[in-house]
Design a protein around this ligand. Sequence first.
Ligand SMILES: NC(=O)c1ccc[n+]([C@@H]2O[C@H](COP(=O)([O-])OP(=O)(O)OC[C@H]3O[C@@H](n4cnc5c(N)ncnc54)[C@H](OP(=O)(O)O)[C@@H]3O)[C@@H](O)[C@H]2O)c1
Length: 308
Amino acid sequence: MKILLTGASGLVGAAFAAAAQRRGHHVVGVVRTSVATIPGLAEKRTLDLTENNAATGLILELFPDAIVNCAAVSEPAACDADPARAQSLNVTLPATLAKLAHHLSARLVHVSTEQVFAGDRAPYAPGDAPRPLNLYGRQKLESERLVHVAAPEFAATVRAPLLTGNSLGVVRSLHERLLADWAAGRTPRLYRDEIRQPCTAGNLAEVLLELCERPELKGVFHWAGAEALSRVELAKRIRAHFKLSAEAAPIEEANRADDPGVTARRAADLRMELKPLAGRLKTSLETFDAQLDQLVLPPAVRAWYFAS
Ligand SMILES: NC(=O)c1ccc[n+]([C@@H]2O[C@H](COP(=O)([O-])OP(=O)(O)OC[C@H]3O[C@@H](n4cnc5c(N)ncnc54)[C@H](OP(=O)(O)O)[C@@H]3O)[C@@H](O)[C@H]2O)c1
């Protein structure tokens, strides 16, 4: 299958490229700034997908069988810092991709987020009422709506959780950020009562790939890991996995009520119901231990790590 992959250098996109190549697909990946070699890509294109007609021109040139959309402004703070750019990438681009998918009868697999929910009524099923607390969540929710209006017969959207795993740029995933903080002498402030259900980017990529291959699965789905843990528990498990002491890798524990200004825009509990996708796919849910076993020590923190 010829697959056009946007966001090919990102945490999810790079994992998708590797997974798709293992299954024999031909993947053309789009990046904006990355100069990294991305294992698994048959071809790499550098393109600003916020520019008028950039996506249209490329797709009409390639005529892909499937489009996998992993390009995004994927952090709430970055959306707040540049709402117009975030709108263009998070909302306009997926809507354009969906119109093109409909036009070409191509499969479209889009990635959304658990952050479409407010976090006060977990666990969330795909049909539960969304209520995003920040601009990022609102944009992703709007993207879902536009995608499924434009290409209801071709599109599948996966709402993904907080992601673990190893990124190409080694600063995107949970353990990479924690280790970077500790190596820089910072103490992350983490909440005991903020619950997340992470999976690795690689596990999510397998799901996106299966969805490319299973066009009968249409609509909005949830995927996450097998376990839900607090932010503090997640950090402690990562610290223990890398055999770091509490002195070398300190955590400042807090409750969400301690920081009402911060937590008003962050959901408390984002556990998700994974049916109907779980059970219908070959990809299995990952325990957090299985995720930890895949984590690599980022090169940038090696000197600090071996000295601590
Ligand atoms: N990371 C998470 O924990 C998480 C959790 C839930 C859902 N998600 C969702 O998963 C999807 C993938 O997220 P991610 O974390 O893999 O993203 P990411 O690591 O931030 O990567 C973003 C990708 O978008 C590309 N990009 C940015 N601006 C572009 C532009 N103007 N034109 C073309 N490409 C552009 C980047 O290319 P360059 O590198 O070349 O700039 C990069 O490949 C997103 O939809 C996100 O909302 C992520």
